[in-house]
Design a protein around this ligand. Structure first.
Ligand SMILES: [Zn+2]
Length: 621
């Protein structure tokens, strides 16, 4: 987005305004017929596309979707889009990829031709790639339609209409999607005509092992949890677990007051083979996690905000969308600079809801806040990079290497923004005598006052500031200048005014395990392999680097317990800890003159203050 485009009217009307106002290449009224055949996906991880596109003679440009909503990046998996053959009847039409726009294909449509056929193959099973490239396990498949289609350059996402269908692997495969009008004949399922905008916003999950729970309904409106798993046992969720998700819907509706979906479908894959995922859509979400998520309480607690985060986006992200993310087609670059609202406030509510719905126990919230604050307060990269710049950098920062992440900074517009919105909540509570909170703003700004279908209302930064000022007058412009635009050496600490203080103790917390040595020696490691070193820390000063393996501690094999014991001992004796490390084929011993013992962050109550923090996560429904 060049400048802060405010386009409320366009957003409000987009669904109705553009439908039928067809571009030249697509004949008026004739949809693109799209069939995606995933019958071979479980065994071979490929999907076959057949499209019939109405055209007019002359030069035609077909696009493969590049900028993918919810991903915030140009990650359409074009390297996996293969087998492209374009023909008119038996006549093959040659295509050429545009050298300066690799997602565009030029075709000359001969005189007298009114429709062309496009065949293509999507290659899944691309190991090690970003999760959006996933397709299938032997038992589960996920169709994200944007991976399996081309569309004419002349259309918009709103006025390009598709008639989609899918060929499933067999009659015994179940499916779920937000697409409407499903008609099944054997293993072929066809759906109502739908705009490109809503097609790519409506992924389809299918599988052999399937369970569906009704979470909520009111008249014709409903919310369902659909789960697909590699084994039937992974679907054995207890009633208590399902009740948390019933509560989630109630809590969300209590917060926002209204909804902008007709029927909401959580599409949850449970698999240790398929990569995890969490992609928001207006009337569904594409949620993927490990096989034991619904059956192991520790897994549920750890990933307790997965569904609430994506559900929250139906209001914050899909209904209210930054103008710079609402583009006429899928090739135009996003302006990610308001992701501290879209993702940041969703990170706040996704987590808050995981406590309000009861998945997480109330007494673990303060240490969650402590873990966030401590990480950002010990992040060297914040001396050069603002929070706002991490959001603006969204198109490359998601894919950035993980090594030295604390110096580079990462997707901090999620979790650091959570701290910022907690501070905003605290300010609103203080200034209104606890009569209002961030919920008041959320309800007005992301609720909007009346139930609607999946429409988009765009906003800009000035709208957010005006919305907050409507709740309580404050220098919100200055607030965001301080926390978003400026270098902020310390992150926002709204918890202090909420009655808590940060402390470090030798005891791990619910969220910061014993194996985390970031706040003591100053490094992060996976199974001994160092992934990050905090500049200025004892580990940094001893020349420890990433891609180095810690082999031994004080002459014994490396383990978390061994290093914790060595730190305890060093605190008593003031003798340095010796680490034997290997980098490539070179071994060396480094000496760490650190005597502060293990350190883990916690929040403790400030005496004689009221506890606002606990109010934040109290149920509303
Ligand atoms: Zn999100």
């Amino acid at each position: 987005m060049a400048g802060w485009l405010s386009n409320r009217a366009l957003g409000l009307l987009a669904g109705a305004l553009f439908v039928g106002a067809c571009g030249r290449a697509q004949a008026a009224g004739a949809p693109i017929v799209l069939q995606v055949d995933v019958s071979k996906a479980p065994a071979q991880n490929v999907a076959f596309t057949r499209e019939t596109i109405p055209v007019q003679p002359g030069k035609l440009v077909l696009y493969y979707p590049k900028w993918i909503p919810g991903q915030h990046q140009p990650v359409g998996p074009i390297a996996n889009f293969a087998g492209l053959t374009i023909h008119s009847g038996n006549t093959i039409l040659p295509w050429r990829r545009e050298p300066r726009d690799l997602f565009a294909f030029d075709v000359d449509v001969p005189a007298g031709v009114s429709s062309i056929d496009v065949d293509a193959t999507y290659l899944g099973a691309t190991f090690g790639q970003y999760a959006s490239s996933r397709l299938a396990t032997p038992n589960i498949l996920v169709i994200t339609w944007d991976q399996n289609l081309l569309y004419p350059s002349t259309g918009t996402i709103a006025n390009t209409i598709f008639k989609p269908s899918i060929v499933l692997p067999g009659d015994d495969w179940h499916f779920a999607t937000a697409l409407t009008g499903a008609r099944r004949a054997g293993n072929v399922v066809s759906f109502d005509d739908v705009s490109l905008e809503h097609l790519i916003d409506s992924p389809l999950d299918a599988g052999i092992n399937y369970k569906r729970w009704l979470l909520w309904h009111d008249g014709d409106a409903s919310a369902y949890l659909n789960a697909f798993a590699d084994t039937p046992a992974e679907l054995d969720a207890s009633d208590a677990t399902v009740d948390h998700y019933k509560k989630l819907v109630k809590e969300m509706l209590a917060t926002y007051g209204v909804r902008h979906w007709r029927n909401y479908n959580f599409l949850l894959t449970l698999s240790d083979a398929m990569p995890g995922e969490g992609i928001e859509h207006h009337e569904s979400s594409d949620d993927g996690t490990g096989g034991d998520y619904l059956t192991d309480l520790a897994s549920l607690d750890r990933g307790g905000d997965l569904l609430s985060h994506e559900f929250n986006h139906s209001w914050d992200g899909k209904y209210r969308m930054p103008a710079g993310l609402y583009r006429p087609n899928l090739q135009i670059a996003y302006d990610d600079s308001l992701l501290w609202v879209y993702e940041g406030m969703t990170q706040f509510y996704g987590n808050v809801m995981s406590w309000r719905d009861g998945i997480r126990k109330a007494d673990t919230y303060p240490d969650h806040v402590a873990a966030l604050y401590a990480y950002y307060d010990n992040q060297p990269g914040r001396r050069w990079r603002s929070l706002g710049d991490t959001a603006t950098s969204g198109p490359f920062i998601y894919m950035a290497p993980r090594g030295y992440g604390a110096e580079r900074r990462g997707e901090d517009f999620y979790s650091e923004s959570e701290l910022m919105w907690l501070e905003a909540d605290s300010i609103i509570r203080q200034k209104t005598g606890d009569k209002a909170s961030l919920d008041t703003f959320a309800r007005a700004f992301f609720g909007g006052g009346e139930n609607t279908g999946p429409i988009v209302v765009t906003y800009d930064r000035a709208d957010v500031i005006a919305g907050l000022n409507a709740v309580v007058a404050y220098d919100w412009a200055g607030f965001f200048h301080t926390w978003v635009d400026d270098i902020a050496i310390h992150p926002p600490d709204g918890f202090t005014a909420d009655g808590w203080k940060l402390v470090y103790t030798g005891k791990p917390s619910h969220w910061v395990p014993a194996s985390n040595f970031w706040y003591s020696l100053g490094f992060a490691a996976n199974d001994g392999m160092v992934t990050d070193v905090r500049q200025g820390s004892p580990a940094w000063n001893a020349s420890l680097g990433i891609a180095t393996t810690i082999v031994a501690v004080d002459g014994r094999s490396y383990s978390t317990d061994a290093l914790v014991a060595a730190l305890d001992e060093a605190a008593k004796t003031h003798a340095p800890v010796a680490l034997l490390v290997r980098h490539g084929d070179v071994y060396r011993t480094i000496s760490l003159g650190y005597y502060g013992g293990p350190r883990y962050p916690h929040l403790e109550r400030l005496e004689k203050t009221s506890d606002r923090l606990s109010e934040v996560v109290k149920p509303r429904a």
